[in-house]
Design a protein around this ligand. Structure first.
Ligand SMILES: [Zn+2]
Length: 152
């Protein structure tokens, strides 16, 4: 099972979105990719009826489980239902990790991933536990090898 696939597919469904996201990136550090504009396009499409709400409130059961037990509160209302505040979960994908990614639950685990010296990328996903809206927020390099490559 791949948790990232549907999330990434949602962004990749609109190639122009990726271009517009890439051309207007405001990143806090090298290699960080924000999906804020892609999210706004999806939210706008739902709010004006071009996209069905069920197509975006579709968190898989594993994502729901992680959102219930290993999430960080964001203090932002859900852009779809506004009934609950969003939470954020982080997954790591890379060489030697499970195909569906590994949920990163704390700083110690993130540091272990960083030190393993293998290409690893993190994906932060926002989730609403009321309607199961979910969207990729950002991706970022975890491994020091990738960070050094970006900085050189
Ligand atoms: Zn919601």
């Amino acid at each position: 099972m791949s948790l990232a696939t549907p999330l990434v597919r949602r962004v990749c469904d609109h190639p122009g979105t990726i271009r517009s996201v890439g051309s207007s990136l405001r990143t806090s550090s090298p290699g960080v990719v924000s999906y804020k504009l892609a999210k706004q396009r999806v939210v706008d499409a739902v709010l004006d009826g071009r996209k069905d709400r069920l197509d975006v409130c579709d968190a898989q059961s594993e994502l729901q489980r992680v959102a219930r037990h290993h999430a960080v509160e964001l203090s932002e209302p859900c852009p779809i239902c506004e009934a609950d505040e969003l939470v954020m979960v982080t997954f790591a994908f890379g060489v030697g990790l499970p195909r569906g990614g590994r949920c990163v639950t704390d700083l110690r685990e993130m540091q272990q991933l960083r030190r393993r010296g293998r290409p690893t990328r993190g994906f932060r996903v926002e989730v609403c536990r009321a309607c199961w809206w979910n969207h990729l927020r950002e991706s970022f390099p975890i491994d020091d090898v990738a960070r050094r490559r970006l900085l050189s």
